[in-house]
Design a protein around this ligand. Structure first.
Ligand code: SF4
Ligand code: SF4
Length: 385
């Protein structure tokens, strides 16, 4: 097909050998590429430039407190689920300099902040991650207070999404209605198909920007058979989902169970380390620190990711409000699954499973909910007896 006549609403095929061209076109359009790559035994999101930077032939095996990379028996570029990083580190940076001040004769003067907004192309965004970005949009852009750093970065991104062809042991996106099929928020959405004699991507175009990129890449129109093969990959992921969560009435369930004995039990195991909040793609809390140089001449104010698991996080005049681990775990889970709904009209959990894999003691949010749900079932049985 002549690239310039590409119809906007059709699915197309890009062969694996032309995938580098996609990266090159995006780079030529001024994007900094960020995507999956292998580092220190994990698949992390970082700068990429070449197909060889991608985790070709690797997969991840995950469970409670467990994450391992393993070689695949094919050369899939996106044959893993999700690692410890999420795209929030690019849109909502872990450390952000807010301003600098320098001592002067009359006191101090604020140095002019040089605004720089990187233009990222995200390569390999999962459906649950697009939902997580949409949740952070509600927090940072759609509320009464707009975070300009987030907004400026967000407006410039180009999203190459990837439909999941496999689900992880810790995934439960189907329970949260966030996957595994990409449904919005992308410029291009890919499904990777590997056959004994062929490796290709079925591509759906989601925007005019996506259309302009595809025009530069060799492609063919997808046949009905190729589209149906891609669809069956996503169905396979849906059926393989490692975990589930019953979200019916979850908000009221958690509100009713503020004093449930399970909070004490989870507190016996929880280290209050905050890992779950760091890896979560929707957690957004920050703190602010002033860092002064040793001479006392210059100071910098930085914003850093914070966690509701620290004592300082709930420090008000006179001390912390949530002094026990129990109160901090309950705050985190109740915020994710209940108060978030009141606050932002959405759950704060997309079912990515990161907090399960990266909790050092294997606390599993789906199990914690299920235990409280079990008591609800007992309550009902008692009422009917
Ligand atoms: S639930 Fe796990 S990851 Fe989260 S603070 Fe407790 S020990 Fe750390
Ligand atoms: S709470 Fe856990 S499963 Fe839910 S979005 Fe955050 S990290 Fe993922």
């Amino acid at each position: 097909m002549n690239p310039s006549t590409l119809p906007n609403n059709k699915q197309i095929i890009i062969e694996r050998q032309n995938f580098q061209r996609l990266l090159d076109v995006l780079k030529n359009q001024g994007y900094q590429l960020r995507g999956p790559t292998v580092r220190e035994g994990a698949i992390v999101y970082d700068e990429i430039n070449l197909v060889k930077d991608l985790p070709e032939g690797w997969t991840d095996v995950q469970d409670k407190a467990s994450y391992r990379l393993q070689k695949r028996d094919d050369k899939a570029l996106f044959g893993y689920v999700v690692g410890p990083h999420s795209w929030k580190k690019f849109l909502h940076p872990p450390v952000l300099k807010l301003w600098e001040a320098k001592r002067c004769e009359d006191g101090f003067e604020i140095k002019e902040k040089v605004a720089f907004t990187p233009q990222y192309a995200f390569i390999g965004v999962r459906s649950c991650e697009l939902h997580a970005i949409a949740i952070q949009d509600k927090v940072f852009i759609e509320g009464p207070y707009v975070d300009t750093t987030y907004k400026n970065r967000r407006e410039k991104i180009f999203v190459v999404a990837i439909n999941c062809g496999e689900a992880g042991e810790t995934c439960f996106c189907t329970s949260m209605n966030t996957g595994p099929q990409v449904s919005f928020g992308f410029d291009l959405a890919l499904t990777e198909v590997i056959q004994p004699d062929r490796h290709y991507f079925v591509v759906m175009i989601g925007s005019a920007k996506g259309h302009d990129v595809i025009k530069e890449i060799p492609h063919t129109k997808a046949s009905n058979q190729e589209i149906s093969i891609a669809q069956s990959k996503v169905e396979q992921a849906r059926e393989e989902m490692g975990r589930t969560m019953d979200t019916s009435d979850i908000k009221n369930l958690l509100y009713r169970n503020h004093d449930h004995t399970q909070w004490d039990k989870v507190a016996e195991r929880c280290l209050s380390c905050g890992n779950c909040t760091m890896v979560c793609p929707t957690c957004f809390c920050t703190t602010v620190e002033d860092v002064t140089d040793l001479t006392g001449e210059e100071t910098t104010r930085v914003r850093k990711w914070d966690s509701c698991f620290t004592m300082d996080f709930s420090y008000l005049h006179g001390g912390s409000v949530r002094t026990s681990v129990k109160s901090r775990y309950r705050q985190w889970m109740t915020h994710k699954l209940a108060t978030w709904i009141d606050q932002f009209d959405t759950s704060g959990c997309v079912g990515c499973g990161r907090c399960i894999s990266w909790c050092p003691v294997g606390i599993d949010i789906t199990e914690e909910v299920a235990i409280i749900q079990e008591d609800k079932a007992k309550e009902k049985n008692d009422e009917n007896a």
